[in-house]
Design a protein around this ligand. Structure first.
Ligand code: HEM
Length: 389
């Protein structure tokens, strides 16, 4: 039996052959050494997302054990199970409305153009460092009403929270320090909006109420923190991966260049083909049977999203990057109870940013020698991507 090791470097280089072996040879794979089960087929990953009775988010969604005794203190309702999860998500949904998201489009375009304006004259850039790594956090700051002068500092803190050292297990001290500073910042922001409400999301969330229940300051701070963890790096990776796969697929590139209406499909197929979030962990609640295996209380079960999205039982010719295919079974934003709350925001950001790329960076070429991948267990994408246009 081969070993599936999500920490291994060659796995990060190209995980898809490993996923295929798991789906074909070991759909109920167990790694004794690292202590987890792995679900790799689309049907099983989907069932895993839906089974909140046996599979819990309360210990967080990474393979690494959370350093916090209560992960929901920072990951909010992502690290809660129903019914607590559902109550809190419903309250947040009162403020995080589709209209609040769609109203952001003109500001997202301005933010996108502002970052592009800084390198257009050079006819070259590092697409991650100078663009994809900057726009998503500025959009979150915009939603949260963070003033322009604080944004660089906030982005730096957010990036440091998510930074991991290659080959070093656990959470680096700088990351924990940055998490405390970020929480401190949100503490001040929430206190300010309690005193002086504005037209931003935190003010709307302080007002939100269901059956007399409201969000406390601590709930709100952890939700703001969750937006940064969930909405920043994932969107950065999507933009980088979209550029990369279009560059690698001339046929798709011709199609989207000729028809801007295909930009949403470009983003969607990128998320299907090479999703930002590759692996999500769950923790077994009690003993239960899964595909004839006995899973024990407290064991980790990995949902391999990247694998599910390449399953030929659901996607014909799954290793083909094809803008015309039906992407609707994609699990890139999860499914069910924890389905990504920011999916429409991520799609809007991607559409605007990628439209601007087509318009303002025509004929872009990536320098393959300069590509640097991120080394992360959960997230797949680039840290550096030199581009000429
Ligand atoms: C391409 C970008 C994104 C991807 C691929 C993505 C992916 C995901 C996935 C897979 C989940 C489910 C996690 C689980 O089941 O354990 C999730 C949850 C979540 N995402 Fe996203 N996300 C993206 C962007 C965003 C953005 C921009 C925001 C908001 C600013 C956001 C906010 C959230 C929140 C709040 C949750 C928790 C939902 C819950 O537990 O009920 N995401 N995301």
């Amino acid at each position: 039996m081969f070993e599936f090791d999500p920490y291994a470097w060659d796995f990060h280089e190209d995980p898809y052959p490993v996923y295929r072996r798991l789906r074909d040879e070991a759909p109920d794979y167990r790694n004794e050494r690292l202590g987890f089960w792995a679900l790799s087929r689309h049907d099983d990953v989907l069932a895993g997302f839906r089974d909140t009775e046996h599979l819990s988010n309360a210990r967080g969604v990474s393979l690494e054990e959370s350093s916090h005794p209560d992960p929901s203190q920072t990951a909010s309702f992502l690290a809660m199970d129903p019914p607590r999860h559902d109550r809190m998500r419903a309250l947040v949904a009162r403020g995080f409305t589709p209209k609040r998201v769609s109203d952001l489009e003109p500001r997202i375009r301005e933010i996108t153009r502002m970052h592009m304006d800084r390198f257009l004259g050079d006819r070259r850039c590092d697409f991650i460092q100078q663009f994809a790594g900057l726009v998503p956090m500025d959009v979150i700051s915009e939603m949260l009403g963070v003033p322009a002068e604080d944004r660089d500092r906030l982005r730096h803190l957010a990036d440091t929270v998510l930074h991991r050292e290659d080959g070093v297990a656990g959470i680096p001290a700088e990351s924990a320090d940055a998490a405390r500073s970020l929480m401190g910042y949100f503490h001040g922001l929430v206190a300010d909006r309690r005193k002086t409400p504005r037209a931003d999301l935190p003010s709307a969330l302080l007002e939100a109420e269901i059956d007399g229940e409201k969000l406390g300051d601590r709930d709100l701070m952890s939700f703001l923190f969750l937006m940064v963890i969930a909405g920043n790096e994932t969107t950065t990776k999507l933009l980088g991966n979209a550029l990369y796969w279009l560059w690698r697929n001339p046929e798709a590139r011709r199609a989207v260049t000729a028809d801007r209406g295909l930009v949403p499909a470009w983003a969607e197929e990128t998320l299907r083909y090479d999703p930002s979030t590759q692996i999500l962990a769950r923790t077994a609640k009690g003993d239960f049977d899964l595909g004839g295996r006995r899973i024990r209380d407290g064991e980790k079960v990995l949902l391999l999203v990247g694998s599910a999205n390449r399953d030929d039982r659901v996607f014909p010719d799954p290793d083909r990057y094809d803008l015309a295919r039906d992407q609707s079974p994609s699990l890139a934003f999860g499914k069910g109870t924890h389905f990504c709350m920011g999916a429409s925001l991520a799609r809007l950001e991607a559409r605007v940013a990628l439209e601007e790329v087509l318009d303002r960076m025509p004929g872009f070429e990536i320098d393959p020698a300069g590509l640097v991948r991120v080394h992360s267990v959960n997230v797949r994408g680039f840290a550096s991507m030199p581009v000429r246009f």
